[in-house]
Design a protein. Sequence first.
Length: 228
Amino acid sequence: MMFNKLASEEEIKAKFFDGMTLMVGGFATTGVPRKLIDLVVESGVKNIKLISNDAGDPDLCQGRLYHADLVSECWHSHVGLNPEFGKMYEEGNHFKLHITPQGTLVEKIRCGGAGCGGVLLRAGMNTNNDFENDTTQREKVTVDGKEWFIEKPLHADVALVRARRADYMGNLTYRGTMENYNSVMAMAADCTIVEADHICDIEELSPDIIKTPGVFVNMVLDTQKQYI
């Protein structure tokens, strides 16, 4: 069947590569594609540029990537749940960290998925966030006499997404707040890979309940071994 997007673990691992930019859906431990993260760790790829809401817990969720020392650069809205992350950051030789306000982070990802050149926001204006580092001021633009930061889009090579249900064509539904970053990240990567709680027949998902159309999905982890 030409629209069958179910894939084995080995097929999915083949999509990972050293230095890739990786988006991981989820908020704290809710809606995180844990099995797909396990596959990243098992694949042995290194120097990952990670974009996710947070850094997970110690050796749990996104924290597994830090526990294995696989991340070279990261974008998060908060990192306080993972003391392993904090220790690694204090050591100063593991990864480069970009702390981004939560609303700003999701807007940058949305822009990456929608093909926008960026978004104008004021979060952090006239604070230490005026500077990218000690010497370089962040890019700004003036609109109607008011200054705005130019927040550039975030795009990934691979996005790992957790869904409640997926059909063989990659159409997805989510359960409550488990949607969080997953639906927007599904649109913002060259390759979107899905871990679903349930894999359904195509006719089981009516169009009015689908949150992410299959056109944004490349692969669905075949947890039920149902190749058709």
